[in-house]
Ligand binder design. Sequence first.
Ligand code: FE2
Length: 412
Amino acid sequence: MAHYQAMGDIPPKRHTQHRRPARGGRTGELYYEELMGEEGFSSDSSLLYHRNIPSTVVGAREWSIGDLSTTPNHPLVPRHLRLHDLFAPKDVKNTDVVTGRRLVLGNGDVRISYAVAGAPSPWYRNGVGDECVYVERGRARVETVFGGFDVAEGDYVIIPRATTHRWIPRRSTKDPLRAYAIEANSHIAPPKRYLSKYGQLLEHAPYCERDLRGPEGPLLAEDVGARADEESEVYIKHRGNGPGGIVGTVHTLPFHPLDVVGWDGCLYPYVFNVRDFEPITGRVHQPPPVHQVFEGWNFVICNFVPRKVDYHPLSIPVPYYHSNVDSDEIMFYVDGDYEARKGSGIGKGSISVHPGGHAHGPQPGASEASIGVEYFDELAVMVDTFRPLELGEGGRAVDDGAYAWSWGRPRA
Ligand SMILES: [Fe+2]
């Protein structure tokens, strides 16, 4: 994020002495300044002031992060994955958003996982890349070293690489916490074309700075009912020789991770709610880039929100058939009725996989049926990747095996 924020106790000048309050006539101890920055001091950064030396670690062990193996989409077919079948209700109580997420799809740039969680996660940081976690249903408290967030349905939670944090589901009267995790191997940010040369969101962008929520902080151990000197563990996902080039380690710290008394800068977690996305509409069908919300290296994130649809007198509101020759297109159907997919079996909680190398578009009859429709009540989150996606164990487990034949009957 290019927008400067300052929070808590920071010195007036960077890289200068910053101390705890003096006590009994004695000078307070120094806080420990940490610069957390991207691209080797050449991009956005923040300065964090810790009570403890941030490099302290008193133990390290392997964290077995689960099955991150992937299987190519071969033979090449479009697929329908039923995400809501991934977790049985009895499993939710003991599942957390971090260690319980199951890999649905992945490639060398991005992984899409899913969790239905009722348990608090351990302290965690992703050393591989930024995370964008979309809250499909339910509520949670997300505690980070920058501060906390209350998150709920429709929130995209953007967590920069190496941010120590944890997820604590809140009991909801309606739904458990359903989290759709998009993990990059890179950074995730608003599309460059939405930004001025200095990083402000431009007038044509479908959202602006007012729609982004920064953390509430600072957040210290005592604010969450813990002791500052409480020994703790942090689960770290990092680069290594496991499937997807990823492995895990657990570090033991001799203190609580929430020890940042203040910070400032342009790098921090933030939240954007999909309901604040202002759709761009037209007389004829608008292409998916108007629905884009974020981008990472070699992939984009778009959302299709409830909106007035095409109003040319001869318009066809559902999309034309399209062959995105350079990308795989992954649609996660969150809410409403998705007009183009009527009759395909796709519903809330479904994912469609439309791979590059194969044209896709509305189900038979959907184009004709959409004529005259003025409003689409639909909500979907789309990830388009430039490298082909492979199926993770979660994706393989809930593939309906029939979607490919929903435009024509399969040969026996
Ligand atoms: Fe498409």
